[in-house]
Write a protein that binds this ligand. Sequence first.
Ligand code: G4P
Length: 533
Amino acid sequence: MPLSLSEQAARRRTFAIISHPDAGKTTLTENLLLAGGAIRAAGEVAARGERRRTTSDWMKIERDRGISVSASVMTFEFGGNVYNLLDTPGHEDFSEDTYRTLTAADCAIMVLDAAKGIEPQTLKLFEVCRMRDIPIITFINKLDREALDPLELLDEVADKLQLDTAPLYWPAGSGNRFGGMVDLRTDEYLPYFKQAPGEAFTPGSTDRTSLAAVREKLDPGALTELEEGSELAREALPKMDRQAFLEGHLTPVVFGTALRHFGVGELLATLEEFAPAPRPQKVHRKDVAGELNRDDEGVAGFVFKIQANMDPNHRDRIAFLRLCSGEFRRGMRLKTIAGKQVNVHNPLMFLAQDREIAETAYAGDVIGVPNHGQLRVGDSLSESGDVRFAGIPNFAPEILRRARAKDPMKAKHLRKALEGLAEEGVTQLFKPSIGSDMIVGAVGALQIDVMAERMVTEYGLDVVFEPAPYNVARWISSDDEAKIVAFLDKNKSASGTDLDGAPVYLAKNSWDVSYAAEKNPDIRFTATKERSA
Ligand code: G4P
C-alpha cells in the first residue's frame, strides 16, 4: 500500500554536518553514504568525480583552489527512512552559505577532531544551530591518531558550547593504542581493526563482542583508560535524554575514525534512533502567526540557497527549496506571497551520484527549482501563495569593497550584475546614502573572488574591488521610526541601504559602532538580519 502523506513526511530525516575545516567532514560524508548504501565502495572515486562534474565544474576557482564552494544535497534511503544530507562548504571563507543551509536542517552532526576539540569554525556554526534550536549529534573523529583525553574533550564541549554531553560509547585509548569502544548502554564491546583507507570493508555496524573476550588483546594502557574513563563517564555525565536533545540542550556522542570506517555505522544508527522528523515551522498566513506541520495539506517551503550554472550548458539558476508540508508533485504551480508564480516542471532531486527529476517530494525533502532569476534566498513558496516563513539570516559582512567597472561606460551594467549576484546570495550589496558607489559585502574573502570570477565569465565585466571607506556594516532598527530617520539624517556619510532597502549603518570600525550604539540607545545595531518574503 502506498504510504500516506503523514507517513512519508514522518520518515524524512534532513541533516547537515558541521565542522572546522580538516576535521574530516568530507571523509565522514563519503563513509556515511557508503554505510547507508547510497554509494558502493568501488564507486567511491567515481562518485567524487561525478559530484565534481555536477555541482562544481562550473567554476574554475574551485579547481584552482581545490575546494568545493557549492553546497548541495544528497538523498539516500536507509532502514525505511529517507535521509537528506545537506552538504555545506567547509572552507572558512565561505561560511555564509553554510549558515543559510543550516536553516533548512532539522538536525546536525558536529564533527570534532579528537586531537583538537572545539575549533573556531565549529563554534561559529554551533551558534547558528543554537539560534535555531537545531539538535546536535557529536562525532569525535580521528581516534586512530593520538587524541586528547575523552573526558577533557567532553568537558570542553560542555564549557564552550554550554551543551550537555551524553556519550553513547567510550573509546579504548587512541592512536596506535586505539582498541575500539564500549557501548555504554549495552556494555558490548566493538573491537577496532586497523584498516587501510580505501580497503574493501562491509559497510554498516562493527561486530560486537564482550570486553572480557578481547581484553587480553588490548594495549594495557588503553584498557586502563577505557575502564577508568567509562566508569567516570557513567557516573558523572548525563544519560541520553531524547527531549533534552530535541530542545538542543544535550548532545549524544559517538567516537570513531571516518578514514578507517570505524564508528560510522554507529553514527548512522544514532541518527536513525534520534534524528527528528521534519519539525513544525513558524509561519505567517495572511499575516497571522501560526505553525505549519509536516503533514499539513498544501505544499509550502522556503528557498535557502540559489546556485547558478550548475550545468555549464545552461545559464539557469537552481533555487534549493526546502519543503515543509504537503505532497509536492511534478508540474505543480507554486507562488510567493508577492504573487510571483513558478511552474515546477523539472524539479531536481539530488542523489548521491546523480541528479534526477523528482516526481513527488515531501516535508524535509529539498528540491532544485530551475528558474531564470525570479526566486531569491528567503522566498517562501506555497500552493496557496499566502504562507510566509520566518526568515533566512543575513550576516553582517566582515569585508566591504567598493566595486568599480574598469570601463566607466559599463556602470549601469555593473549595477545590474551586482544586484543579480546579491539576489542569489553570493554577496551582499549596499548603496551609501551619498554618492553613486556600490559597496559589496562578504563574510569571507573567497566570496569576493567568486564574484570577480563570475563578473568576467557571466557578465563580461572587468571589475575592480577596491577598499571601501567603511569596514563594518550593521542593520539598524528601532520601535520608533522617527529615531531612525533622525539618525540617518545626522549620519548621511555613514549610512545607506541594503538590497531590500533596509537601513544600514556603515562604519569605519567596530569602535564607531559601539560609540553610535551608546549615543543612540533607542536604536538597535544588529549583525544579522532575517529576510523573508
Ligand atoms: P574536511 O572536509 O572537514 O575539511 O576534512 P577531510 O574529510 O577532507 O579530512 C581532512 C584530512 O583529515 C584528510 O587528510 C583526511 O584524510 C584526514 N582524515 C579524515 N578523517 C580521518 C580519520 O579518522 N583519521 C585520520 N588519521 N585522518 C582522517 P589529508 O591528508 O588532508 O587529505 P587526503 O590526502 O587524505 O585526502
